[in-house]
Design a protein around this ligand. Structure first.
Ligand code: NAD
Length: 357
């Protein structure tokens, strides 16, 4: 199939991207490249050990550590970390971790315009976007601003090798969701579609090997390659129904980010495949020529992903409110969204039933 379009606009951010197992040890070269001499290193409390390790590679240029990154980038934590960056007169932040830690680095950059070196340890893909989601008083808002786009990304397969198998699977499906929705984005370009298909292929081919041998650095490296491609798609084009549903379920019912993506993806794609079968055909082709939603559902099942919203603790009684919220503010989607159809889709996802389309 051809990804050519008669009219399109393609955007690419100026980002330096390096791949290599063990590459975190070369972080000082990136400080040189940026002309930076005062680095603030960011992690979650769980990954504080990594902050110490990275500080060791930076030597005297590591001026501080902030190990309080938290899920959904709470504004209070961003303010605290920004105050530390200012007090230390940091001239660069180094974020080492998943989307939560990367979000904190972006939040600091938004407030200070400091450059960011990002060392991802999950597949979520935030490192490749100029998007920042933040929470304050229980409400999550999302903004897009070039100031939050990280300047340098170091993909080190050794770091994802420690990602537990269940998180590996859900994080991979979270990444694949960016590519799947990118295939029908209104503002897609031939380049974003090529990246989407190759990102999906990388996960399809490499994830089974990772599950067999979580420490296999070649397979881990290829999944990180998939994460980069899928994250770059997210950074270039708009998302639709799937991301809206996950945002609603995460924001209003506190469901965990990656697991929710993993469960919802086959259902949202099956729903939209009815409207744009030709745009999702490359996805179906990747999964044995199956209907795209079914292909993803079978793959997720084979990988041991959670398949039912009920297993995430969502009450069946909440499905009506979730459907109301998901259709409250109109947004673009390739297939018109009705409350009735979304309620049925949510029921299927709650039951863990195959996608109905
Ligand atoms: P996360 O960053 O919240 O990490 C979850 C937990 O796993 C943390 O405790 C973390 O310390 C731990 N962890 C991370 N990597 C590990 C590893 N290799 N080994 C062991 N433990 C590890 O999870 P996430 O799914 O990467 O990120 C989710 C957040 O990212 C959400 O808030 C989401 O909204 C955001 N996000 C933003 C964008 C964007 O473009 N703005 C894109 C994707 C996700």
């Amino acid at each position: 199939m051809s990804f050519f379009r008669q009219e399109f606009t393609a955007r690419s951010a100026a980002v330096r991207v390096r791949f290599g197992a063990g590459l975190r040890r070369a972080v000082a070269e990136e400080l040189d490249g940026l002309g930076a001499s005062r680095a603030l290193i960011l992690t979650t409390p769980q990954q504080a050990g990594l902050a110490d390790e990275i500080a060791g590679y930076c030597g005297a240029r590591a001026v501080g550590r902030f190990t309080g990154a938290a899920m959904h980038t709470p504004v209070a934590i961003s303010e605290e970390a920004t105050a530390l960056a200012r007090k230390l007169e940091a001239d660069v932040v180094i974020a080492v971790g998943g989307g939560s830690t990367i979000g904190l680095g972006k939040a600091i950059a938004l407030r200070t315009d400091l450059p960011q070196i990002v060392v991802p340890t999950t597949y979520a893909g935030s490192e490749a976007t100029a998007i920042l989601g933040q929470t304050e008083d229980g409400a999550k808002t999302t903004l897009t601003d070039p100031a939050v786009q990280p300047e340098v990304i170091l993909y080190d397969a050794e770091l994802v090798a420690t990602l537990p198998v269940d998180m590996t699977v859900t994080s991979a499906l979270n990444a694949m969701a960016h590519a799947a929705e990118g295939l029908y984005a209104r503002d897609r370009s031939p380049i974003s579609s090529l990246m989407a298909v190759e990102g999906l292929r990388a996960f399809r081919d490499a994830l089974p090997g990772v599950l067999q041998a979580p420490g296999d650095l070649a397979a881990r490296g290829e999944t990180l390659y998939g994460a980069w491609l899928c994250g770059t798609v997210l950074g270039q084009v708009g998302m639709a129904l799937h991301h809206k549903l996950c945002h609603t379920l995460g924001g209003s019912f506190d469901l965990p980010h990656a697991q929710t993506h993993a469960i919802m993806l086959p259902h949202a794609i099956a729903f939209n495949a009815r409207a744009v079968p030709e745009l999702l055909a490359p996805l179906g082709a990747l999964f044995d020529g199956a209907d795209p939603g079914t292909g993803l559902w079978d793959f997720a099942g084979r990988m041991g992903a959670p398949l039912a919203l009920r297993d995430l603790g969502l009450a069946e009684a909440d499905l009506d409110r979730a459907a109301d919220l998901a259709v409250a503010n109109p947004y673009w989607n390739p297939r018109p969204v009705t409350r009735e159809a979304i309620r049925a889709l949510l029921q299927n996802a709650w039951d863990g039933a195959p996608p109905a389309g």
